[in-house]
Design a protein around this ligand. Structure first.
Ligand SMILES: [Fe+2]
Ligand SMILES: [Fe+2]
Length: 166
């Protein structure tokens, strides 16, 4: 994946999935689940370029990050079938992602383990560790920052996805 290919890759992933649906759900603060997922994927992507010597599997890292919160429901609405959203949603995200894509072992691990240590099994690959850390930083940032990522490349990708598939 080249430096400017992140956007195309994200748009393509959205075109072949229900990712656009996640724009209607709030994740943290006033940040939607879609914007949050793009942000996590974008920072993971940038870090994988910066630390190129780590030879991370970049496409899998980005796709896993884009799909890590692909649970497709509003977690603010109480539902007895998912009493602990924090522990439940990685499984739901994995189920949905596996319906839409032939996931690789790295992508599966990223999605299933991103809530570690809340979900008890630790990440099995470096890509998952990165998503796990970046996700937590983004979550805290979004909780306290209104209109997070406005005027950033993340928001540009967000708008592209929203206008690419009606
Ligand atoms: Fe999550
Ligand atoms: Fe997340």
């Amino acid at each position: 994946m080249k430096n400017d290919a992140f956007s195309d890759f994200a748009v393509n992933t959205a075109e072949h999935s229900r990712l656009l649906k996640t724009a209607q759900y709030i994740q943290h603060g006033n940040t939607s689940c879609l914007l949050h997922s793009i942000a996590v994927a974008y920072f993971c992507y940038r870090l994988s370029v910066k630390f190129n010597f780590l030879k991370l599997h970049r496409r899998e890292l980005v796709r896993g990050a884009l799909l890590h919160d692909y649970f497709l429901y509003d977690w603010h609405i109480p539902d007895k079938s998912r009493p602990l959203h924090g522990r439940y949603h990685p499984k739901a995200a994995y189920r949905n992602a596996a319906e839409d894509f032939a996931l690789t072992p790295i992508e599966k691990d990223i999605i299933k383990k991103h809530m570690f240590p809340l979900t008890l099994t630790p990440p099995a690959c470096r890509e998952s560790v990165l998503v796990c850390i970046v996700d937590k930083i983004c979550s805290v940032y979004e909780t306290f920052k209104k209109n997070a990522y406005k005027s950033s490349p993340i928001y540009t990708v967000f708008n592209k996805i929203r206008s690419s598939k009606k």
